[in-house]
Write a protein that binds this ligand. Sequence first.
Ligand code: LMR
Length: 386
Amino acid sequence: MFDTLKPQPADSILHLMQMFRDDPRPVKVDLGVGVYKDAEGRTPVMRAVREAERLIWERQETKVYTAMPGDPMFLAAMQRLILGAEGGAAIATPGGTGAVRQALELVRMMNPDATIWLSNPTWPNHPAIIDYLGLRRAEYRYFNAATGGLDLEGMLEDLTRVRPGDVVLLHGCCHNPTGANPSLMQWAEVARILTGAGALALIDLAYQGFGDGLEEDALPTRFLVQRLPEVLVAASCSKNFGIYRERTGVLLAAGGDPARVQGNLAALNRLSISFPPDHGARVVSTILTDPALGADWRAELEDIRTGMIGLREGLAMALRDACRTDRFGFVAEHRGMFSRLGLSPEQAERVRVEHGIYMLGDSRINVAGLSHANIPVVAAAIAAVM
Ligand code: LMR
């Protein structure tokens, strides 16, 4: 039977990661997968995470199952972090991808005929999971390649085609892959159209704290939850707590009958994983319920965020000098881990093959892969292929 299986296409992000590892050149720069790196290229365990793990090790007396929705302390702490208050339905999930998957499973239970609207471009896992689940999808315009900014007009125009019962997938902050984000005023326009359409918003929130600040990055989500009758939020702790491999995420649902939604979300966990992973969730709730640990985590996250803004400014300036053009000014304006540079796939390949600079084929770069030491090398390589 195994020979009935078709070979699976390589995942573009993970394939690039492997190519980077296999590249023997001494000078190479990884701007691929969305993982934070410090100036030395390391992805450190955050101070508060290390301390929380020590406390858990000292205090934890059992490893028996948690509840199907996950540990209530974690769920409440994540509701406060993301929504600013407790309430609504929630389940812990294996990472942000697990939350996106459970959200789309829920959509399929509610309305198998729903069309899921995705920004063009979006994170490759979004269309992949939708197709796997046999749901329909459509695209809305998002990015203006000429300016490197948001195509608000195109986005709003496309969203007027959304029908009742459809789902619109939105990136809550730090849009992956472009790095171009709507302002709060622009979010208000989006909310107005979705309210009129009677659509469900599904917000993917993987980078809270990487954009304009922990609270600021939650504002669009809170804003949509206040204005729309029903919202799903798939959130990840991989990046802002730096606990990628612990697979820690949450799916929140606002609106409807909370008990009924909660029962269905818990059943979805039972059907796929029975109980969600607990270690990362316990680290997160330990940090978020301990004032000193919470303050230290916020301080370290803020250093990471401001460091990345400094790298953005450095790269924008270096590109202006190396390429003698202002066209890359948007790199300093974008927020979060990513920017789409607007190179052709051929140019992105040439910077990799000829200069050892690894970026995705759509020229998405992970800003955290830059350092003030490698920025001149990266800028020179980009100038060389233009
Ligand atoms: C990315 O976009 O690089 C990350 O979200 C990692 C992943 O799972 O693709």
